[in-house]
Design a protein around this ligand. Structure first.
Ligand SMILES: Nc1ncnc2c1ncn2[C@@H]1O[C@H](COP(=O)(O)OP(=O)(O)OP(=O)(O)O)[C@@H](O)[C@H]1O
Ligand SMILES: [Mg+2]
Length: 160
């Protein structure tokens, strides 16, 4: 499902991701562990196309990410380390907004929003502004956002 081959990221002369290779199979849950500053988030940023690798390659669903970035992004969900939500929108509105960016609309968007609200167990608080949520509740919404497109590959950076 996900294959990293000799992946490296350098900032000038500083190497922050050094030649990593790994293979995650379909259905597998893979944990990437390392101390602070090890390069985990940098790796996630390269997988999510926010950063371009200095060298090496990323293959997702048997396609090279650099060749098919848009196609691949449609089947990926990313939960970033830092929350990325609209505080002045409710949980439901955040899910609907990000779902619409994935091309969902009408009944499909409504149904998927309801399904995701069930998964993240926030049905009863769906109309409350995210600004009024606890840290863990905000995290749930952020995970929900990444589930809106029913991704084949879900990447969570510090999901706890
Ligand atoms: N824009 C940048 N320019 C230069 N160095 C950077 C930049 N962004 C990150 N780094 C460096 O890259 C290294 C890896 O950072 P990264 O955020 O990937 O670590 P991490 O494993 O996710 O750590 P944490 O567990 O603290 O989240 C760090 O030494 C950091 O200072
Ligand atoms: Mg990190």
């Amino acid at each position: 499902m996900l294959q990293l081959t000799n992946l490296t990221k350098k900032y000038n002369d500083t190497t922050v991701v050094n030649n990593i290779s790994l293979n995650v199979k379909r259905g597998e849950i893979f944990g990437l562990l390392g101390p602070n500053g090890a390069g985990k988030s940098t790796t996630v940023s390269m997988i999510s196309t926010v950063l371009t690798p200095t060298s090496g390659s990323i293959t997702i669903d048997n396609k090279f990410l650099r060749e098919k970035p848009i196609e691949i992004k449609k089947i990926m969900g990313i939960v970033p380390q830092d929350l990325a939500l609209y505080q002045a929108l409710s949980a439901k509105e955040n899910l609907e907004f990000f779902g619409s960016l994935y091309g969902l609309s009408g009944k499909k968007l409504k149904n998927r929003t309801n399904e995701v609200l069930e998964i993240i167990e926030l049905q009863d608080k769906k109309n409350q502004d995210v600004a009024e949520f606890s840290g863990g509740m905000k995290r749930r919404v952020n995970i929900g956002v990444a589930l809106m497109n029913d991704p084949k590959l879900l990447i969570l950076d510090e999901p706890t």
